[in-house]
Design a protein around this ligand. Structure first.
Ligand code: EPU
Length: 427
């Protein structure tokens, strides 16, 4: 296992380019199983999760590889099997999104239940409800979801996909993918509006699917007989971009994040304005301006996470890291995953004044953090710890870095390129 060793306090300055979106590419990889023709994805990020998904696709019988430029080539021309095993699914929850494509293409799919994750129970009832609405019979057997299409295949239907915690991103993805090959029209109400869902729909449309309403809570899908091959350029990763912007904001450093889509980060930029972090925005870049954090710390600014276009849960931990050096008290409330607070005790080890109160965390800004060994627990929590380590006095060791590798392409190289003293060592 690797760890990151960070010497805090080095001046950061420079430009980081954004990679392709992890959460967009994962369902699009699954979608490529819907066609027998080659699908090519440019700007696919080089991440552990992408390798995991390519492995699952190969296990199912398709050809799948990522070349040295990051471009992914998939061809599911021959026969594929409909069973995704626990070994595959337990590594990554997103593998559940092969369920919809396999069911639509083969009329039957068996996908291991994903189980719990590091930040609480994450059910898939919305996915199953949607597939049942399309006529599938679904049962749980020996830890697998077994889904079977009715004779004649899936049929279009009207389905409401909301939940107490809002719409479901991958639930929407699964049902959209299944509906592309269903007979007739499917209308999804309370669909997720995330840019990653729009990108999936755009990729499916490039493959010949008939979808309208992308980006709104109501999606309409007219089923077609088959999908063809396509080339699709994956959108930039808004969460990676937001993480580096917040790293610059916490360090008071001039950090430019290039090749991103600021329009996807409206809630973050609005909160940064409120926190009086100086920054500029261009068409495809965001640049934090250098400022003296000790003299004029960010203004304490509350955040509550919501589905898009609200403040993303995937930036909650990083916002908390920024607030550890703010000028007073802020309250951070997690509405999507109420237990997604694994970073709280670890930020405390770095000297942050953070206290959990039920589904909220109260942060009192402190002038200084101090380096310590900390444990990465999930992807975004780990990013927050790296950010804190960059500004803490002394040395921070972030253990279990494999969490970060799931979603950040060579984070230590990117941060080192703007002046951070960060290196990876094997434990
Ligand atoms: N939910 C249900 N039933 C379901 C599905 C979800 O009740 O069947 C609930 C969840 O428990 C949660 C809410 O609905 O309270 C939203 O969860 P969602 O289904 O949208 O999450 P997801 O699709 O499994 C994706 C991202 C996550 C991101 C969430 C929310 C991928 C691969 N993952 O997960 O990304 O946090 O949407 O935006 O797209 C990450 O990248 O670090 C990450 C965890």
């Amino acid at each position: 296992m690797d760890k990151l060793i960070i010497e805090g306090g080095h001046t950061l300055e420079g430009t980081i380019r954004t990679a392709g979106s992890k959460n967009a590419v994962l369902p699009i990889l699954a979608a490529s199983l819907l066609s027998r023709e080659p699908v090519t994805l440019t700007r696919a990020p080089r991440l552990a999760d992408v390798s995991t998904m390519l492995g699952i696709i190969r296990d199912l019988g398709a050809e799948a590889e990522q070349d040295e430029n990051g471009t992914v080539h998939i061809c599911a021309e021959g026969d594929i099997t409909g069973r995704a095993t626990w070994e595959a699914v337990r590594k990554m929850r997103a593998s559940v999104c092969v369920l919809g494509p396999l069911l639509a293409r083969l009329g039957r799919a068996e996908v291991s239940l994903p189980g719990g994750c590091n930040f609480g129970v994450r059910p898939i009832d919305i996915h199953l409800k949607g597939l049942c609405a399309l006529g599938a019979k679904v049962r749980i057997e020996h830890g697998f979801v077994v889904a079977e299409a009715p004779p004649g295949g899936l049929r279009g239907a009207r389905v409401f996909l909301g939940s107490a915690n809002g719409p479901s991103v991958l639930g929407t993805a699964n049902v959209v993918m299944a509906a592309t090959l269903a007979r007739g029209t499917t209308v999804i109400e309370s669909a997720a509006c995330e840019p990653e869902v729009i990108d999936l729909c755009d990729a499916l449309v490039a493959m010949g699917a008939k979808i309208s309403g992308q980006g709104s809570p109501m999606l309409t899908i007219e089923g077609v007989d088959e999908l063809h091959g396509a080339t699709h350029d994956v959108i930039p990763d808004r969460i990676e971009a937001g993480t580096y912007v917040l790293a610059g904001a916490l360090a008071g450093a001039q950090v430019k994040v290039a090749d991103c889509q600021p329009a996807h980060l409206g809630a973050l930029l609005d909160h940064m304005n409120e926190a009086r972090v100086p920054f500029e925005v261009g068409e495809d870049w965001i640049e934090v301006q250098a400022y003296d954090v000790a003299d004029t710390p960010p203004r304490s600014t509350d955040v509550t996470t919501h589905a898009y276009p609200g403040f993303p849960t995937d930036l909650q931990a990083q916002w908390m890291a920024l607030m550890t050096k703010a000028d007073g008290l802020s309250i951070i409330t997690e509405r999507i995953f109420p237990d997604r607070y694994m970073h709280v005790p670890e930020l405390g080890r770095l000297g942050a004044n953070v206290r959990r109160q039920n589904t909220a965390v109260v942060v009192r800004g402190t002038p200084e953090l101090s380096g310590a060994p900390v444990m990465a627990s999930d992807l975004r929590a780990s990013a927050a710890l790296v950010m804190a380590g960059l500004v803490a006095r002394g040395t921070t060791e972030v253990h279990r870095v494999y969490h970060i590798d799931r979603g950040y392409e060579r984070i230590e190289d990117r941060l080192a390129s703007i002046g951070a003293a960060i290196r990876r060592v094997s434990e």
